[in-house]
Design a protein around this ligand. Structure first.
Ligand SMILES: [Zn+2]
Length: 280
C-alpha cells in the first residue's frame, strides 16, 4: 500500500480516503475475488488500515461496474458500510445513485462525483474529484496507451471504450478540472503535467479514430463496417508505431478470446454505426 498524500492511500486498484471518523473506498478491485481469500490482497491491506486508524470503512464509491473494479465489493459489503455509491446505471446496484454531477461532503471529505460516460457499455462511468487536495480519480477514462500519440507501447493501440462521442465529451470535462494529481482506476499515478498529457493523448487517439471512421465510411459506401473498422484500427496502430506482432495477436486472440473484438472494436464501431444513423 502507498500513502499518496495526507489522507489518500492506494492499494493495487483501490484508493482509500481517510475522513474524520471513517474511510472512503473508491473501487474495490478484484484481487481477493480472484484468489478467493483476503490474504495478501488490497482488501486485507485496507481492512488493516481501517483497524490501525480505528476508522471503519463506511463509504464505497464505484467508478463503473466492470468486474476488475467491483469483484471485491462483497468483501466490503460484509463490513456493513453506510453506503455504496455509484451511477444509477451501475449493474452492482449501489444504494446511493448518481445521475448528475454531485458535490458531497462525506465525513469531512469534500467530493465531486461527475458522470463521465463513454468507457463502460453500461454508460455508468463516474469520476471523482477531491477539490481540497485537487486530486482527480478518472476511473478507466484515461487510456493513452503510451506517452504520446506516436508511441503506443502499452497493451493496445487504442483505448477501450463503447461510446466515442460521449467519451470525447467526458475527456473534455476531465481536462477542464484543475488537478495536481490523478490516480487511475488501474492504479497509475500522474502529476498535473503528465496527467493532462495522458488525457490529451487519449483524446487525440479517440478524435483520430472518429475522423478516420467518418472519412473511410464516406469514401467506401459499399464496404462492410467490419472491414472499415479494421482499416481504422490498422491505420491507428501504424500511426502509433504499435508492435505489428502484438497487433496480430490481438486480432487472433488467445485463450480468453479475441482482444480486438472484445476491447478495441466497440469504440470504433460506435463512430461507424452512429454515422449511418445520422444519414437516415
Ligand atoms: Zn473498465
Amino acid at each position: 500500500m502507498q500513502r499518496i498524500t495526507g489522507n489518500v492511500y492506494l492499494s493495487k486498484r483501490t484508493v482509500a480516503i481517510e475522513g474524520e471518523n471513517s474511510l472512503i473506498i473508491v473501487d474495490p478491485g478484484y484481487d481477493a475475488a480472484v484468489s478467493k481469500t483476503k490474504k495478501g490482497t488490497s482488501v486485507e491491506e485496507l481492512t488493516e488500515l481501517s483497524r490501525i486508524r480505528g476508522k471503519p470503512i463506511e463509504y464505497i464509491i464505484l467508478t463503473h461496474s466492470h468486474s476488475d473494479h467491483t469483484a471485491n465489493l462483497p468483501f466490503y459489503v460484509m463490513l456493513r458500510p453506510r453506503a455504496v455509491i455509484g451511477h444509477y446505471r451501475n449493474r452492482c446496484g449501489p444504494g446511493w445513485k448518481i445521475n448528475r454531477t454531485t458535490t458531497q461532503k462525506l465525513d469531512g471529505v469534500e467530493l465531486e462525483l461527475i458522470p463521465t460516460p463513454g468507457h463502460s457499455s453500461a454508460g455508468d462511468d463516474i469520476s471523482v474529484y477531491l477539490p481540497q487536495k485537487k486530486i482527480l480519480l478518472p476511473g478507466d477514462l484515461c487510456q493513452p496507451q503510451g506517452e504520446d500519440y506516436r508511441n503506443a507501447d502499452n497493451v493496445s493501440p487504442v483505448p477501450f471504450f463503447s461510446d466515442g462521442n460521449r467519451y470525447l465529451h467526458s475527456l473534455e470535462a476531465l481536462l477542464a478540472k484543475d488537478f495536481h494529481l490523478m490516480i487511475t482506476a488501474h492504479g497509475d499515478i500522474y502529476d498535473a503535467h503528465r496527467g493532462r498529457k495522458a488525457l490529451e493523448v487519449t483524446r487525440q487517439t479517440v478524435t483520430r479514430i472518429r475522423d478516420l471512421a467518418t472519412k473511410l465510411k464516406r469514401e467506401n459506401p459499399d464496404e462492410t463496417l467490419d472491414k472499415i473498422a479494421l482499416w481504422v484500427y490498422d491505420t491507428i496502430a501504424y500511426e502509433r508505431s504499435f508492435d505489428p506482432e502484438a497487433l496480430e495477436a490481438r486480432k487472433k486472440g488467445n485463450k480468453h478470446g479475441n482482444d480486438f473484438t472484445r476491447y478495441d472494436k466497440p469504440g470504433i464501431d460506435s463512430f461507424l454505426k452512429q454515422q449511418s444513423i445520422s444519414r437516415l
